[in-house]
Design a protein around this ligand. Structure first.
Ligand SMILES: [Zn+2]
Ligand SMILES: [Zn+2]
Length: 244
């Protein structure tokens, strides 16, 4: 299949995940949190795996070892996005839920744009890398989009409007992928730094968004389950290395 078509299908699947937010309407909160924690853990494993097993090796192969430093830029970009968002949320006079909902949409849109870039860049490197990145993104987007939807509802959006605007911001992934697919080939040698940047983003998301959630859970049985999910997430991504 044509690479551009595969990229398009992948980002469309990622965008459609925005609708899982609607699950919050049917499932009870406790029920959902119980199931979600294992997904969050699995997703953290897949993000770490995506970064260390696929993105870094490919980036180094394409651009040499120094290129790994670009991961720091990925970490910083995600940090700034989140920092700005929370600063708005907590410390600005007159900032309330509604403003936060709009701020979250902006942050969400930028995040999804970057996800789209990462998917396109990964497929431009290899199909295997493209699939690995898409899986890691799909997995972390499920809890992410449920959270986005909840923020919008809390910010006073009606259900249908919340679903629509969340989907529209999710479509930024398609925009990010298209821009990358058409622009990147004219910047020769920029694929490797972009892959390292993506690895930094994955490490940031897994380490600061996902793992802290896992520590909120207590109890031996659940903790063991969480750890196993984390390892399974890594294994799934690692197994992709053997798929041609
Ligand atoms: Zn994402
Ligand atoms: Zn969203």
């Amino acid at each position: 299949m044509d690479t551009s078509l595969v990229i398009l299908i992948s980002v469309l699947v990622v965008s459609l995940i925005s609708f899982v937010g609607a699950m919050t309407l049917v499932l009870r909160k406790k029920q959902m949190e119980n199931a979600l924690i294992f997904l969050v853990s699995f997703s953290a494993g897949s993000c770490f795996g995506g970064a260390f097993i696929h993105l870094f090796p490919e980036a180094i192969e394409e651009g040499g070892a120094e290129v790994v430093g670009f991961a720091i830029i990925g970490i910083l970009v995600f940090f700034v996005m989140e920092k700005f968002l929370f600063w708005q949320h907590c410390h600005k006079p007159g900032c309330h839920e509604h403003t936060f909902a709009y701020m979250n949409l902006v942050g969400d849109g930028i995040h999804n744009f970057i996800d789209g870039m990462v998917i396109a860049a990964s497929y431009l490197a290899s199909t295997q890398l493209g699939v690995a990145s898409t899986i890691a993104i799909v997995l972390h987007e499920i809890p992410q989009e449920i959270g986005d939807f909840a923020v919008l509802i809390k910010g006073g959006f009606a259900t249908s409007k919340a679903l629509l605007v969340n989907f529209l911001t999710a479509l930024m992934a398609v925009v990010g992928a298209l821009v990358t697919f058409f622009v990147l080939p004219s910047f020769e040698g920029q694929l490797a730094p972009l892959l390292a940047f993506a690895a930094g983003g994955f490490i940031y998301i897994a380490g600061t968004d996902l793992v802290p959630e896992l520590h909120k859970e207590v109890g031996t049985k659940k903790s063991v389950g969480i750890f196993i999910s984390l390892v399974l997430g890594v294994i799934l991504i690692w197994l992709l290395r053997f798929v041609e």
